[in-house]
Design a protein around this ligand. Structure first.
Ligand SMILES: *Cc1c(COP(=O)(O)O)cnc(C)c1O
Length: 411
């Protein structure tokens, strides 16, 4: 059966009207901007909430301008772990005391990977995959050089990601740490986290998951999956704003022995005693190094409010429906023009975005941006359609894929 533009427009309208989260897009700034036809890059930089605009203004005048240095004692000192606990409860499936925010994902990955490796002395290998995000690969190259360790690379399928079987072939008694992205930044493949954790633990290795493309898009159960460590962005599906502090999760059972290499005063026991010698703070605070970026932590709280209200199950259900609708449109309109899908067809193995490939996509992405349709381009020839469940409408998905079709058909 072939669907016309009108059929799909009717379907998009019906989906938006029946959407239990239909009121949420309006709670983001710019949702009524006529120049933005379709924002399909919320997985790279989420939109700001309207509440955030007010929160930041109020913070400058009231908290910073009014409380001045007193703000540290009153609230800011604890904010990284207060917000960490909220992220844990709302998004990660993590009990309190295991999550904190601060630094970038890159820096936290370094600190957590080094801390994890120190828990497996004598082991000589780190297992990772070729499709992991560049920063993860580069950092582990640096750590391997620094510590004289060997990197063992998995080469997953282009349209998929690391499977339990592939991991089982790569790990051994030599493996100290396995580092994988829970949702692959390119293909969108969603790992079977508990299965991979079991494979890692079977040989005595630890598992560190990068959750940048998961947090706020897919349901996570870090505690019950028995994942050892995790890090992730807050500026993607958590709408924390450009460069917002990342989060780190250290499983409670590892905390007492965990040390990371950037020994700053804010991660010390009783920092304001200014004492001689570094002694790590009790609990998750030991992940902190220097003074945390408090202003950067403001917007995340507004997204957590929205997710708490909506519930991660509803967020994930919308995400699956959005990517499913996008794939339907791609199958009907773009496949006949030579476009290939590089993301999993099975929604249970798919994160919050869909990647499609065509040799002309680099040039076409630039033209799409000019007409207010904003996906992103990922080499070699992929357009990533990122669908942020709280802020994206089905009408946007329709408009976005139709624009790609029109650009491909023109000429
Ligand atoms: C976006 C992303 C990062 C980004 O790290 P930064 O330090 O914030 O630049 C890291 N890993 C993955 C998987 C990502 O998707």
């Amino acid at each position: 059966m072939t669907y016309t533009q009108a059929d799909f427009a009717t379907r998009a309208k019906a989906l938006d009207e029946a959407d239990p989260l239909r009121d949420y897009p309006g709670r983001f700034l710019g949702s009524d901007d006529p120049e933005i036809v379709a924002y399909l890059d919320g997985n790279s930089l989420g939109r700001p909430t309207r509440a955030t605009a007010e929160r930041i203004a109020a913070f400058v005048t009231e908290a910073w301008g009014g409380r001045l240095i007193r703000g540290w004692d009153e609230q800011w000192f604890d904010l990284p772990v207060t917000i960490g606990d909220r992220i844990g409860a709302t998004v990660l499936g993590a009990a309190p005391g295991q999550t904190t925010i601060g630094d970038s994902t890159t820096v936290l990955l370094y600190k957590i990977a080094r801390g994890a490796l120190a828990l497996r002395p004598g082991r000589t290998e780190i297992v990772l995959d070729r499709d992991n995000f560049p920063t993860d690969r580069y950092l582990l190259e640096s750590i391997a050089r620094e510590l004289g360790l060997t990197l063992r690379w998995i080469e997953p399928e282009f349209t998929g990601g690391v499977t339990a079987r592939e991991l089982a072939e790569a790990v051994s008694e030599r493996t100290a740490l396995v580092v994988l992205s829970h949702v692959a930044y390119r293909s969108g493949y969603l790992l079977d986290a508990p299965a991979l954790r079991a494979v890692a633990h079977d040989v005595g290795a630890l598992l560190l998951l990068d959750l940048c493309h998961s947090a706020g898009a897919v349901e996570l159960e870090l505690d019950s999956w028995a994942v050892d460590f995790a890090v992730g962005c807050t500026y993607k599906y958590l709408n924390g704003g450009p460069g917002a502090p990342a989060f780190a999760y250290v499983r409670a059972e590892h905390l007492a022995d965990f040390t990371q290499p950037i020994w700053g005063w804010m991660g010390r026991e009783s920092p304001f005693e200014m004492a001689q010698g570094y002694v790590p703070a009790q609990g998750i605070r030991r992940v902190i190094s220097g003074t945390p970026a408090i202003i950067g932590m403001l917007p995340i709280q507004d997204t957590l409010d929205l997710i708490e209200e909506a519930g991660m199950a509803a967020v994930r259900a919308k995400s699956v429906a959005l990517t499913g609708f996008a794939l339907d449109l791609v199958a009907h309109w773009l496949a006949p023009l030579g476009v290939e899908v590089s993301s999993p067809a099975d929604p249970a193995r798919r994160g919050g975005h869909v990647t499609i490939d065509h040799p002309r996509f680099k040039e076409i992405t630039a033209r799409l941006w000019q007409r207010g349709v904003i996906p992103d381009f990922r080499p070699p020839q992929g357009i990533r359609i990122g669908l942020s469940p709280l802020s994206t409408t089905y009408a946007e998905v329709l408009a976005g894929v139709a624009a790609i079709r029109d650009e491909l058909a023109a000429r």
